[in-house]
Structure formats: C-alpha cells, structure tokens
Write a protein that binds this ligand. Sequence first.
Ligand code: S5P
Length: 452
Amino acid sequence: METKKQFFLECYQLGIIKFGKFTLKSGIESPFYVDLRPLASDPKILKHLANYLLEMLPLDNFDVICGVPYAALPMATAMSLESYIPLIIKRKEAKSYGTKKLIEGIYKKGQNCLLVEDVITSGKSLLETIPEIENEGITVSDIVVVLDRQQGGKEMLEEKGYNVHTLFNITEVCEMLSEENLLMDDEIARIKDFLEGNIVKFEKRTRKSYEEKNKETQHHISQKLINIAIAKKSNLIASADVLTTSELLSLAEKVGPNIVALKTHIDIITDFDYEKTIVPLLEIAKRHDFLLMEDRKFADIGNTQELQYSYGIYRISSWADLVTSQVIGGYAAMEYFLNSGIVAILGMSSKGTLTDNHYRNEAEKIAIEHPNIIGGVCQNEISDSLLLFTPGVNLATAGDGKGQQYNTPEHVFKNLHSDFIIVGRGIYKADDAEKASLEYKIAGWNAYLASL
Ligand code: S5P
C-alpha cells in the first residue's frame, strides 16, 4: 500500500506545483504556483485521488456530489464513480436559452451536497459557488479540497459553518519535497514568509555559464570537458552500466556523438581485458571526442586509493579522464589521483542516503579547497566554483523500484544549477540508445539554456 507521501510524489511528477516567481490573479507575487488539472490526465492517479478524498469523508451524509468548475469536475466525477453517490454539474454561467439552469443533473430540493474543489486559497470562489447550489434548495454541509494553499480560505469557510476537509496543505508539501531534496531551504523560507503575509523578496539566483566556469577553472580536465560541451552543445554523460565488453563498446559507438563523457563501472564488466576493453574504448572516445569517467567511488585511505587507482587489472589511472571518489577519507586521501579530475560524491540520489546536510557541507568544503577535485555529484545545488554532475535523471519515470529517485533535466539545471546530467537506464535500456542519447542531449542542452 502506498503512503500518502508516495502518492503526493507521484502527483508531483505530473508538474502540479512549480516554485519560482508567479503573479497571481490578484496581482500578488507568489513563490509557488499550483495547477492540479494534469491529475485528470492520469487515470490511475485520478482514481487513487478520488479514493483518498472519499476516505476522509462521512459518506452517508451526502445525496449528491458537485465539483467546482473546471478543475474539480473530473475529480468529482471520479469520486461519484468510486462511491456511487450521484453527480450533479454546476455550470460556470447559466445557459442563455432553454432551461437557463445553473445546476444540471438529477437532484431534489432538501438534498445535501458534497462540494469538491481542487485548490483553496482565500475561499472566495467557493463562497460564490455555494449560494448558487443552495439557491436550488440543496444544502452544502461539507467541502473537500485537494490542496490548501493556507491563505485563510479554509478557516473562513469553517467560521461560516462548513466542514472543510483537505488532503494536502502547502506546509506538508514543502516538508515532503524537502525530505526528497526536491525543494531547497531558501525556497521553503520564502514560502513561509509568503504564508505569513510578508512581502517576499525574490533575489535573482543566477547560474554560471560554461564559458564563465571555463575562465575560472584551473584544472585542464574541467577545461577539456567544458570545451567539448560547448562544441557539441551537450551536457550529457551516459552511464554505461552494462556487463560485457561488446555491450560497452557498442553503446560507446552509438552514443559517442551525443555525449561529453561516458561513465563506466569498469568492475562490472564480466569479460574485462585491458587490450580488448580499454584500448578500443579509448579509440572510440578519441574518435567521437568524449572523455572517460570511471565511477569507482573510491572510499579508503590515501595509500589504498593510490593502489586501487593505478594497479590491479583495471589500471584506472592510465585511461580515466575523470574518477569519482567519496571524500569520507578526508582532504589528504584526495592527493593521489594525479592523472584524472576528481568528481567528489557529495550527495547521493538513493532513498535513505546518509549524505545529509551536515555531511554534504563538510564534503563540499573539501571539494572546494582541493585542487584535484573539479566538481561534485549531488542532488542539491553546490558552490558554483565546482562543476555539478547530477545523476538520477530520467525523462520517463520517477524511480526504479530499487531506491533510485529520478529528476527531470529542467529541475536539475534550473533549480540545482547543474552542469552535467548523468543518464544510465534512460539510454542504455532504451530500444534505440542512439536516439535516446540524442533526446537527452537536446533536453539537457535546452534545459541548460533555459536556466541561464
Ligand atoms: O548519487 C548517485 C551517484 C551516482 S554516480 N546516484 C547515482 O545514480 N549514481 C550513478 O549514476 C549510478 O551508479 C549509476 O551508474 C548512474 C545512474 O543510473 P540510472 O540508470 O539510474 O540513470
């Protein structure tokens, strides 16, 4: 059974709430914008929503259900189908001909109506709708609302004697999104300010372009990577989490023209052979102009890491332009990756990760100070003196059922100011990896341009 939070996160993936600066109907500038209409386009979600709403209500009290037009109409319909409580339809405006009725459907005077609304703000539109129903001799005792923006509407209607049931409110929404690293602390503070009735200051957070980052970085690998990004109009790193040399080389060949780097987990290649795996891979990388990033996630003392980096069958230092490393061993442990740019693991994308705020901050300090570290892997915004690599990007799905949590390119470039997206299954599991890599390349580049 999914929890209410899981359900909300599924709804969130449909784009029902956006954060930024929005001018509302009233002229007020709001730090968030809610539009629940997309929920009606996902039948499974709409059905679940109807049941969540029905669960909160004393159903025996209602003879009819009515939705406030338009957004709540499909919700009210779904609730009627799930509960067998008959639906009546309220028009926005009375017909100018025929019956001139405002309420359509079958009802009798004296019946009690459950009113359904998608979002409640000040409660003004509900206050206009209720008399139009009551004028037909129907009573309205209860109102059920999907999302309460917490701007006084619920309390005002309760004072007037209506029972108002809400499924989510904006404070809960902020908490759920913050727990999932989908909302930053400064945005939450701004929303809190807004709800307290204060004028909200929208300071412009700007991001650095590739050109700006290129000028500031000292590391030759960062420069190389950024130059490829600019030349190819791509910020895509394909993650080649495949198990054989032939799959690895075939994927590299297909996605090569569209990527800035190919990320490997070289220790999962079952038939690894330096001559047959690495030598041809280097040739493909050179021909298609991309870098090799070994996602080894080193996590030991400096001496051991130095050995793991250069020896054993993989000899990573001889071919990887970039390597990922945990910074759990501290600053000094980062000294020994001399041939590659280090990408530090600052925050992970998996559910329940231990990389909390404190850890991320301490890890980021090391990353900023260390000359060998060119950037970080993180699901949050990091210092713009580093390159930000964001895995957990997928255009089609929100998770993998194994704890991976996905974001869209728009979110990672606009909100996190990412520089590079890392995409694994979205590409190598696609029927046509070449086509998928082109789609991610275009989506990533457009999202980058839009974030400037
Ligand atoms: O926090 C992280 C860090 C990394 S490097 N979350 C991740 O998913 N990764 C890696 O990115 C992971 O090891 C995998 O290789 C890739 C994501 O693959 P996907 O199939 O979920 O897109």
